[in-house]
Structures are given as C-alpha cells and as structure tokens.
Design a protein around this ligand. Sequence first.
Ligand code: NDP
Ligand code: GDR
Length: 373
Amino acid sequence: MTKKALITGVTGQDGSYLAELLLDKGYEVHGIKRRASLFNTQRVDHIYEDPHLAPQRFKLHYGDLTDTSNLIRILSEVMPDEVYNLGAQSHVAVSFEAPEYTADVDAIGTLRLLEGIRFLGLERRTRFYQASTSELYGLVQESPQRETTPFYPRSPYAVAKLYAYWITVNYREAYGLYACNGILFNHESPRRGETFVTRKITRGLANIAQGLEACLYMGNIDALRDWGHARDYVRMQWMMLQQDTAEDYVIATGQQYSVRQFILWTAEELGIELAFHGEGVDEVATVVRVTSDRAPAVKPGQVVLRIDPRYFRPAEVETLLGDPSKAKLKLGWEPLITARDMCAEMVEADLRVARRHALLNQHGLSMSVSLEN
Ligand code: NDP
Ligand code: GDR
C-alpha cells in the first residue's frame, strides 16, 4: 500500500526538501499551501505534476493553520499515515511584531491538527511530527542543550512553540497518538527564506559583489548558532516517524559559530577579504582586498556592512549549541554537510542569481532586487 503523508508548510524551506524525500521513498504527498496574491510555490514547482497529464503523487490543497474546518476537511479527504506539521510563522523577530497571529498559527494551529486527528478517529492510523525548535531553550540553562535541558523561551514565537511542544506530548500521553517533537537547531540551505540571517548574508554580499546593493545592515553579529543543512534535517524528521515508539529528539550538529564568522566565510567564498572596525552600533566591515573575479563591483576600503539597531530583538537568544547524541545513538543519524560547506553552496546559488540580475542591468533590462530584509 502506498503511504500517504500530509505536510503543512510544504511551500517553505523544510517542506520542499521533505516532499522531495517522501516522493523518492514512494509516498503520495499532500501539502497545504496558503492562498497568496502572488505565486508562492517556487520551492516546490520542480516537483509539481500537471494533473491533466498524469495521475498526481504530489497534491496541493489550499488551507491555513488558522482554519479548523479546512484542516478537518483536508485530513478527512487525505486520511494520512503521517502528518508533518512544519507550517508556522517561523520568524523570531516578526513574532515580536505579530505575537497574537504567531500564537494562533504556531500554538493553536498545532492543537487544531491534533484535535482533527482525534475527532476523525485517526489516532491509531496517523503518526504526527511537530516542528519544535532550539528556540525553546532561549536563555540557555545548560550547554550543550539536550532533550532534558529545561526550556526558557525568549520570544512570542518560542512561547507559541512551547505550547505546541507540550500539546504534542500531551496527545501522545493522553490518547496514545504516535506523536514526536523534533527539537531542531537552526538549519539552512539555498532555499532558506531571504530574511533569516544566513541567507540575508549570502544574498546580500553576493548582490554587493555584483554591484546590485551597496551595503548590508545587520543586527547582533555576535550571536552564536549551531547551523546544519535542511536536507540532513528533513531525513531525521522522517526517521522519527518510523520507530516502534514515539519519542522527542534534538537534531543539531554539535558545532557552534558566530554570525560574524558566517559573514567572513561568505566574503571568503566571494574572494573578498574583510576587516571589522569599531564597536557596538558603530562597528563596520570594510574591504581589505579582492582576490577573485567573483566580486567585480567591490573596491578596497569600501564599507560593505554596518550595524542597524532595527535588527536587534527585544529579547535575544545569544547562544545555542545542541547535543544530538540521542539521535546518533538510537537512530544512527549523523549530519553529512558542514556549516562551512553549506555556506559555500548558498553563496554559489545567490551569486548565480546576482550575476543574472547584473547582466540584465548591463543590457538595460533591469529587474528590481528587493533591498528590504
Ligand atoms: P519557512 O518559514 O521556510 O516555512 C514556513 C511554512 O509555513 C511556509 O510554507 C508558510 O507558507 C507556512 N505557513 C505560514 N503561516 C501559515 C499558516 N497560517 N497556515 C499554513 N501554513 C503557514 O520555515 P522552515 O521551513 O525553515 O521551518 C519549518 C518549520 O520548522 C517551522 O515550523 C519552523 O518554525 C520550524 N523550525 C525551523 C528551523 C529552521 O532553522 N529552519 C529550526 C527549528 C524549527 P508560505 O510559503 O505561504 O509563507
Ligand atoms: P533564529 O534565526 O532567530 O535563530 O530562528 P535568524 O537567522 O533569524 O537569526 C539568527 C541570529 O542572527 C542574529 N542576527 C540577525 N538575524 C536576522 N534575521 N537578521 C539580521 O539582520 C540579523 N543580525 C543578527 C539574530 O539576532 C539571531 O541571534 C531560526 C528560525 O528558523 C526559527 O523558526 C527556528 O525555530 C530557529 O532558527 C531554530
């Protein structure tokens, strides 16, 4: 029998990699996408199948985690073997601007799905994955962070995800649902949203290298993160649902770097040697020398990065470092891609796009490059 999976957040970074993985494994994959005024399926367009040409193994349904009746209808139509709840307002800084919406989607949205599964009597059939997060550790109480480390959330996003974490545990204990939390540390890729810090850096510096932008404005560049590759992490999301018993797992690399280090790696990939000067909000990064033809628009002495307090958060998570021992020991999971290699892959992808824009500009066919990030 073909297994059926339902993915919320299928149009996002993880959703797109997970859909590819499940299709490779022979699943029928159903995804929930939101109605938007512009196309929002770029990350999954390459796996879309035209229903007019062949039976589809990848199907999209309009829906929203704030809409209970819609979720119940989709669950009852699909009758999934596995539900992956990846949908979320996933931006920590934005959650301070839109806390109530974030709670509705990230916390109550999770409850709506779990309750839908129970309401339809699917507790014995449907396995449930919840996209939990290292942001739960927030103001860290122990380092590295493992499954037993106490939580201390530091943003409306993290507090909403705390509810989602516990309601998932609760449905497992109360109703015997096979439900797991993957406590995932930051993971990135060329498909990462443009306003998360790694992508903002690779895209921003690639644009500067090609003369499309002048300067990158950043927040707290001394924040420390444990960065992995999304492709490695979605493999673990699937593995968690294939075990005899449902458990929660930390997924991380066990290596930690600063945002500043990620900036230097990106510059290195572009053949730009950078030096930081000044302190606090007055700190800047200037170009020392350019060592490749990948950055034709950049000149020695040019200031390419400044600090803008607009990007500071009302409460910051300064440091995160995960201990993935349980995942390694019990499931044999190991991340395959290092943060440094991932950075190179992201720069390559962003540079390709930037070069295309620069070429079009040279021929008077300019396209807008959004600078708002
Ligand atoms: P993205 O922001 O790339 O994707 C989020 C997805 O959720 C998008 O498909 C988005 O749709 C969808 N979505 C947003 N709001 C709603 C809503 N109201 N109803 C239905 N769908 C909605 O996130 P990632 O792929 O990076 O992350 C996946 C999940 O994992 C998220 O829950 C995130 O919080 C969590 N997580 C992520 C980590 C990371 O480092 N990437 C680490 C730990 C946890 P649209 O495309 O229309 O915006
Ligand atoms: P995070 O990721 O908040 O950890 O949440 P993000 O990439 O947004 O920030 C990481 C760190 O970088 C600092 N920072 C900046 N961040 C952004 N976005 N923009 C900037 O200009 C900037 N300058 C410095 C931040 O302050 C922070 O310390 C991500 C999301 O994917 C969540 O959904 C997920 O749960 C967690 O990772 C694990």
